[in-house]
Design a protein around this ligand. Sequence first.
Ligand code: NAD
Length: 428
Amino acid sequence: MEINNYNPFASAKQQLSKAAKLLELDEATIEFLSNPMREFHFSIPVRMDDGKIKVFRGYRVMHNDARGPAKGGIRFHPHETIDTIRALAMWMSWKTAVADLPLGGAKGGVICDPHNLSQKEQEGICRGWVRQNFKNIGPQIDVPAPEVMTNPQHMLWMLDEYETITGNRTPGFITGKPVEMGGSLGRKEATGYGVVVTMREALKEIGMNPENTTASVQGFGNVAQNAIALYHQMGGKVICVSSWDQEQQRGLCFCKKDGVLLDELKQISDPFGGINKEKAADLGYEITDGENWIAQQVDILIPAALENSISIENVDKIKDSVKLIAEAANGPTSLEADEVLKKKGIFIIPDFLANAGGVTCSYFEQVQSNMNYYWTKDEVLAKLDEKMTSAYINVSDFAMLNNMSMRDAAYVISVDKVAQACKDRGWV
Ligand code: NAD
């Protein structure tokens, strides 16, 4: 979303150009990596429940596939923009590279608000998205997945439409499917768990015991809920979460000084991660403005909602107690805010490293679906931990060796890998 004139694609390109300078990349490679290799814009006509046709705008952006089939989610959002999708697609290329997955980067979306659509209308959008785009995607070309406001049911409708058109059974066409229909055990947990695996490693590095830490989380969707679950298992305490209030059209914070209870909050939240404020008040939560998640007296901040949530306007609200920021969301910190955080000496686990657990497990799902042979949940989560730990250590070692921030190190490692693959193929 473009919020307060913040353009995620401009920001993604700035980050790329910084890494390109450090790597001394040539002009042609920089130009090639600065833009998506391909993008598709299309109209999706859907017959609504009232009998009228409504036309939705859909997108798929493939940033780079030099390292393997492109991979990236499909997001449903009323304020979706093509530049957000371009940025997210580029970040996917870096994410698959930093996690060392043999995949490229892509992203898609539809401008729509599922809050206001029936199941049948949402099915129409999913099937329409595939009808408009099936020639450009596929298990060996570009593999979609769920993202903000899309879920396993949406993925299954998309798979069914693709298989109906192609006449094959190709479960590897899409990931994030329901487990009983070719999804991977552990996919639901993967992104949030992956965030906490990187937090565990970072806390070791900065000499803190998770059991003695507290955290504040922005968002209460899939990523936030699973991150909180594993962080609680490690003994940490979350004292504040925030979520989007659909009725008031603004964020709200839900705080409990002695620690929020995940299960009770889950019971009073909707499928989009919105928390019911009346029921939360009854349960004793202090409810305040959504911006307050950032101003809590905690050790750790976990932005797990949308882009640009830590900006130059609110970065000064961060308390001196904060030692670690784990960027669970994509692009939560603006470049200007990042500079302020560096000066404050806060340790940051950059987004495309912190949240790489989602695509890592999606890759596991692709592998299982293509083999049509499925692993146990323990096996998936053990492989996830191994991949995330090794990605973290790789970045951290590089950062220390080159006296760089974790973000710069992650960028240099991943941009170098993608650039090298393009060069090895003789593209640039
Ligand atoms: P989700 O739709 O399940 O949850 C989003 C949450 O953010 C909801 O609780 C919503 O209420 C809240 N929110 C939205 N706007 C807010 C605001 N202004 N203030 C407070 N809360 C707000 O989405 P998700 O899948 O949990 O994804 C969250 C972030 O993680 C996104 O940036 C997404 O791109 C990123 N991510 C997700 C995955 C994944 O596997 N789901 C993988 C990698 C990255």
